[in-house]
Design a protein around this ligand. Structure first.
Ligand code: SF4
Ligand code: SF4
Length: 402
């Protein structure tokens, strides 16, 4: 199946052995560096051969426009919120909302409380109760528009696991808050991101004649970007963060991932595995990793340890949740002996279930009337069991040389 593919000479630099590669973690990882460079020749050749492929066709874009109109929600942390609002006021137009009006140089001071908050970067709508801009409290809820929101409140105003871009939850740590303020100052202007998904409603199985069928994509989406729309669903591309989970769980193929498209990813896998085999490589193992912490982890393994084994071929994925059967089965068919999906980032997701500064955890436990200490008594043994199981699995995998 993989015969007949053209594999031309490796690109410049691709023949460089790991020991000679400068200490740039990205280059180390993308060249497949390990502590055994001689054994890596087929892998390095295969990775370099990807440059022979035509660039994938263009995909749609989603735009955001922000004029820097920021809302700072003080919550009970009025002093800290005022300091942050003043720090932003030199670059942004800042409105500080608190139970009572808090004046400050360059600030717009409002009193009131948030009834609801919706939207995304450049398009937030806050519905405010008892709004007092200095002329007395309004009798009815008032809507106000903002581009950015910095929230010092006790709980997040967004229920989804991944809140929208432009919404910042103030961390307790001052250094992290400083970095967040810096990011907010830069969030002015027009921004673009890929339209990560494509949806074909004619083959969607969401509902027919009022009888509900599939809800898989709605339930899996961590950003609440997908919602019912009659017999179909609709996706808000501004809320979508591109994890690809909706396409992975979609049973009909109505939802597909575009970053990259499955066909483009298939061509990459085919080229990679074919070139590896032609160069004399054996028992290839594809390693899917994300382009953020997964990549950092592999790069750290390369700089601080032995790195990936010689037969492990890294493939960058925007988000590993997009790696489903539509990629895993072709990988095997194209000659991969193993496929590994590096799901390192889920460790952070699991730890959020114990972290006392996680707003969603606090909100859910408070709503259920469960004290944090009681929650820990319940959750920690489960975490311990999970850790022990993971440790045993790793030891067994190493012993079996998997
Ligand atoms: S790609 Fe992820 S974030 Fe975007 S709509 Fe699908 S599940 Fe939601
Ligand atoms: S998972 Fe697929 S079939 Fe199911 S509702 Fe979503 S798009 Fe439609």
């Amino acid at each position: 199946m993989t015969e007949g593919l053209e594999v031309t000479a490796p690109a410049d630099g691709a023949e460089t052995h790991g020991a000679e590669i400068p200490g740039d973690s990205f280059m180390l990882e993308s060249w497949g560096w390990t502590s055994n460079p001689d054994a890596c020749e087929p892998k390095i050749h295969a990775l370099a051969s990807l440059l022979n492929l035509e660039a994938p066709g263009p995909i749609g874009r989603v735009t955001y426009q922000s004029k820097g109109n920021a809302l700072v929600i003080a919550g009970r942390d009025e002093s800290r919120a005022r300091t942050a609002a003043l720090a932003l006021a030199a670059q942004l137009h800042v409105t500080l909302l608190a139970p009572r009006r808090i004046e400050g140089s360059g600030l717009t001071a409002w009193a009131g409380s948030i009834r609801s908050l919706t939207g995304y970067l450049g398009e937030f709508t806050a519905t405010l109760d008892a709004l007092d801009t200095g002329t007395g409290a309004a009798a009815k809820p008032v809507e106000a528009k903002f581009d950015l929101v910095l929230d010092f409140g006790d709980a997040s105003h967004f229920a989804m696991r991944q809140p929208p871009q432009g919404y910042y939850r103030a961390p307790a740590d001052e250094a992290r808050l400083g970095a967040m303020l810096e990011e907010m100052r830069g969030a002015v202007g027009e921004f673009e991101k890929p339209r990560y998904f494509a949806y074909r409603e004619n083959i969607c199985a969401h509902s027919r004649s009022g009888i509900e069928g599939c809800n898989a994509c709605i339930e899996i989406c961590s950003t609440q970007a997908i919602s019912p729309d009659g017999d179909h669903v609709k996706v808000d591309p501004h809320l979508c963060m591109g994890c690809g989970a909706c396409s992975t769980v979609c049973p009909s193929g109505a939802m597909s991932y575009q970053f990259p498209r499955v066909a483009d990813r298939g061509a990459q896998m085919k080229q990679l595995l074919s070139a590896y085999r032609v160069a004399g490589g054996q028992t290839p193992c594809l390693v899917f990793h994300n382009s953020t912490d997964g990549r950092d982890l592999l790069a750290a393994a390369a700089t601080e340890g032995p790195g990936l084994p010689a037969h492990a071929l890294p493939m960058d994925a925007w988000h590993v949740a997009a790696v489903g059967l539509d990629l895993l089965l072709p990988a095997i068919a194209f000659g991969a002996r193993q496929v590994v999906v590096l799901a390192y980032q889920y460790g952070a997701g699991l730890m959020e279930l114990l972290t006392p500064t996680n707003g969603a955890l606090m909100a859910v436990t408070a709503a259920a009337g469960v004290k944090y200490g009681d929650w820990l008594k319940f959750a920690v043994p489960l975490f311990g069991a999970l850790l022990a199981l993971s440790a045993v699995a790793i030891v067994v995998a190493i012993a079996l040389r998997i």
